[in-house]
Ligand binder design. Structure first.
Ligand SMILES: C[S@@+](CC[C@H](N)C(=O)[O-])C[C@H]1O[C@@H](n2cnc3c(N)ncnc32)[C@H](O)[C@@H]1O
Length: 300
C-alpha cells in the first residue's frame, strides 16, 4: 500500500524532525503555531468528554499532543512512520517520566489496534499525506477501533481558503471551473450552526491523485491534499459517524502574500481572531473560509 506520496512524506519528516519540534514548541519568531492550535482543539474535545481511558494520535510527529494527554494521566499512544520524529517524542516522555505515554514507529496502516478499544483517535496534519483510498481505509478502521461515542478528531488543509488566498491555488481553482461551487460552499459554511447542514451541499471533486501542490509552510512534499468541510462531512457520514463540530485553524485576516511581507502583523491578527473564536465558539463557522486549515470532530 506504500505510495510515492507516502515514501516522500516519510523521508521529509525523518529529515526535518528537529525543525518540526522547534515549530511545535513555538520557537519560530512570528510564525502562527498551527500545531499548538490543532493540539489545543483535540484537548478541548478530550476535556468535553465524560470518559477518556485510551487515546491514539496518528502521525504523532514529535509527540507534543501525546505528551499533553499523558500529563492529564490518560493512556496516550502515538504512532508515526518517521523514526526521527518518534525519537524526539520518546526523549521528552522519558525525561518527564510520562508513564502513560507510549510511542511506536511504523505506518498506521500496519499497526494492530483492537476493535472498540479507543475513546479518542486524533490525526493532525495526517490526511493530506495519504491517498483517497487510504483515507477511506483510515475512516473505516478508526470507526471499528473506537468505542461507542468515541471521538475521531483530525485537522486538514482547507480547500475553501483557495478562494481568498489570492495565489496560484486561486488560479488553479478558476482554471478548473471550481470557483462557483467553492464560493457557494463557503457562504453556506459561514452561516451554519451544525456541520450536518453541509450534507446536501454540492461539492467540488476531490483533487486528482496526480495533483502537485505549490509549497506552503516550507513542507517539501509534492502532494498534500486539501479538502472542503462538506467533502469530509459527507465521507464521515457515509462511514457512520456524526460530525459534531468544525473548528478553524490559522485564520487569516490578510492574504498570504501580504503576510509574507508583514509577518508580525499577520501573526498578531491571526492570534487575535483565534482568541476571539475560542471564546465565542458560535462564531467559529463564520471564519472557516479564511482559515488555511480546519479541525473536524466526528463521533461514532
Ligand atoms: C504534518 S506532520 C504532523 C505531526 C503532528 N501530528 C503534529 O501536528 O505536529 C505529519 C506526520 O504524519 C506522519 N505520517 C504520514 N503518514 C503516516 C502513516 N501512514 N503512518 C504513520 N505516520 C504517518 C509523518 O511522518 C509526519 O510525522
Amino acid at each position: 500500500m506504500e505510495t510515492n506520496q507516502q515514501k516522500e512524506t516519510q523521508s521529509y519528516f525523518d529529515a526535518f524532525a528537529k525543525d518540526w519540534k522547534q515549530k511545535a514548541q513555538g520557537e519560530k519568531l512570528h510564525k502562527v503555531n498551527v500545531i499548538s492550535q490543532r493540539n489545543g482543539y483535540v484537548l478541548e474535545v478530550i476535556r468535553s468528554r465524560s470518559e477518556n481511558i485510551k487515546t491514539l494520535d496518528v502521525g504523532c510527529g514529535t509527540g507534543e499532543l501525546v505528551h499533553d494527554i499523558a500529563r492529564m494521566g490518560i493512556h496516550a499512544v502515538g504512532v508515526d512512520f518517521a523514526n526521527e520524529m518518534i525519537k524526539e517524542a520518546d526523549e521528552v516522555a522519558k525525561k518527564e517520566n510520562l508513564s502513560t505515554a507510549e510511542f511506536h514507529t511504523g505506518s498506521i496502516f500496519e499497526f494492530p489496534i483492537a476493535d472498540e478499544s479507543l475513546d479518542v483517535i486524533s490525526a493532525n496534519g495526517f490526511i493530506e499525506y495519504i491517498s483517497h483510498e487510504q483515507l477511506n481505509t483510515f475512516m473505516a478502521n478508526s470507526y471499528k477501533q473506537l468505542r461507542k461515542n468515541g471521538s475521531l478528531v483530525f485537522g486538514t488543509r482547507n480547500r475553501l481558503f483557495n478562494i481568498v488566498s489570492m495565489n496560484q491555488y486561486t488560479l488553479d481553482e478558476i482554471d478548473s471551473n471550481n470557483l462557483d461551487r467553492l464560493t457557494r460552499e463557503s457562504v453556506k459554511v459561514a452561516t451554519i450552526s451544525s456541520p450536518s447542514e453541509l450534507l446536501d451541499v454540492e461539492t467540488v471533486d476531490l483533487e486528482p491523485a496526480t495533483r502537485k501542490h505549490t509549497n506552503t509552510g516550507g513542507i517539501e512534499v509534492t502532494t498534500r491534499f486539501q479538502f472542503t468541510p462538506a467533502q469530509l462531512v459527507k465521507m464521515l457520514h457515509a462511514h457512520g459517524y456524526t460530525v459534531k463540530e468544525l473548528c478553524p485553524v490559522h485564520i487569516h485576516g490578510v492574504s498570504p502574500v501580504f503576510a509574507a511581507d508583514h509577518k508580525e502583523a499577520h501573526f498578531n491578527i491571526s492570534n487575535l481572531l483565534t482568541d476571539i473564536t475560542n471564546k465565542e465558539k458560535h462564531n467559529r463557522y463564520k471564519v472557516i473560509p479564511y482559515a488555511s486549515s480546519f479541525m473536524v470532530h466526528a463521533v461514532k
